[in-house]
Design a protein around this ligand. Structure first.
Ligand SMILES: [Zn+2]
Length: 358
């Protein structure tokens, strides 16, 4: 037995996993059955935005109705704490039993955190596969101090309709592939933190996360727009990544220095790119710092159609450099290759230039 798994005998540890994951063609048609079989209750709230309501929200409510569940709609404007409050009020006013998040990211984040605060179950129904937050316990929301990550609970069920996801803009799916590929550097950072800081580490969680990234890199050339097979592959990878986080009990297996870079860009850039895109470009640079095969990562990103440069993400050279310099400050307790003091401006410039990000 690897020494690092032995900790489980010394202290208890909760691994919160979804009870039901349905992936496939017309999975949306199963929403009612999934909620009924889990006995989630008679009254649900569908949290969506204007677009995802048309794409999947209406259908989800209809299917719930057929299963004898009364469904209310709540259309959000943004993924913010204020919106979470509004959903919380709706849950209280209508005595609702569970929340369904229907969307690419924002409705999922709002539904996840609002249901956590209301202590009722949350079902994740992604309409795009753009990042692994769709199956995780973390919610990314706009608060008084900008965008921040909030600890919530993992969804009790995930319903991924590959037809809906295959028809979402390919940019979103490519970003999802990028978020998976970024696991490569997250795992290296975790190993480093384990060796240098004696941080809790799980070989199972790390291996699962690493294998998921490796499979995505090996199959990158097959990730084609509009194909349900592609959507299927990405969905399974996102679920595996989420399971790795559940086993670890933290986002460690899927979030290291490349995510710190993305969080920094979110704060610094005037118009940040997509989460998965930024993490992926971060992974190219962090893999260089780790002394690994950064060109393999870049090649895989090109194949899936994700950006590999600042211009591709829609941010400036200066914003990338500043984010590299400040990335280590964002989560001081998350030890990574960036260390306690981060990169100097000169080192950041050289890193971005050598990896041809700028
Ligand atoms: Zn991510």
């Amino acid at each position: 037995m690897p020494a690092d798994e032995g900790g489980a005998f010394l202290k208890w540890k909760a691994m919160e996993l979804p009870r039901n994951v349905v992936v496939g063609h017309d999975a949306l048609g199963e929403v009612g059955n999934v909620c009924a079989s889990l006995k989630l209750g008679q009254r649900g709230l569908v949290v969506e935005d204007g677009i995802t309501r048309k794409i999947a929200g209406e259908r989800a409510a209809e299917v719930l109705g057929e299963a004898g569940v009364e469904a209310e709609h709540h259309v959000i404007q943004e993924a913010s704490l204020e919106e979470v409050e509004r959903v919380g009020e709706a849950v209280k006013d209508h005595a609702l039993d569970f929340v369904l998040g229907v969307g690419g990211g924002r409705p999922i984040d709002v539904a996840k955190y609002a249901s956590f605060r209301a202590r009722i179950p949350f079902v994740s129904v992604p309409t795009a596969a753009s990042h692994d937050g769709l199956v995780s316990s973390q919610a990314s929301l706009l608060g008084p101090e900008g965008k921040a990550s909030f600890a919530a609970r993992a969804p009790i069920a995930v319903v991924m309709d590959t037809e809906v996801i295959a028809h979402s803009p390919h940019r979103l799916l490519a970003a999802g592939c990028g978020d998976i590929i970024a696991n490569s550097t997250a795992v290296l950072d975790w190993e480093l933190a384990h060796r240098l800081r004696n941080e809790d580490y799980s070989s199972y969680a790390a291996s699962l996360s690493e294998m998921t990234a490796e499979m995505m890199i090996q199959n990158a050339h097959d990730m084609k727009p509009g194909l349900e097979e592609t959507a299927w592959f990405v969905c399974k990878a996102l679920v595996s990544s989420g399971v790795a986080m559940s086993i670890a009990g933290s986002s460690r297996p899927a979030s290291g220095s490349e995510h710190l870079f993305s969080h920094a860009l979110d704060r610094i850039a005037k118009e940040p790119g997509l989460h998965g895109e930024q993490c992926a470009v971060g992974a190219i640079m962090m893999m260089y710092l780790h002394g690994g095969d950064w060109e393999e990562i870049r090649q895989a990103l090109r194949e899936v159609g994700a950006p590999t440069t600042a211009a591709g993400m829609g941010v400036s050279r200066e914003e990338v450099i500043e984010s590299l310099v400040h990335a280590h400050e964002l989560k001081p307790d998350r030890y990574t290759i960036l260390g306690d003091r981060g990169l100097t401006v000169e080192a950041a410039e050289r890193l971005a230039a050598t990896t041809q990000v700028v």
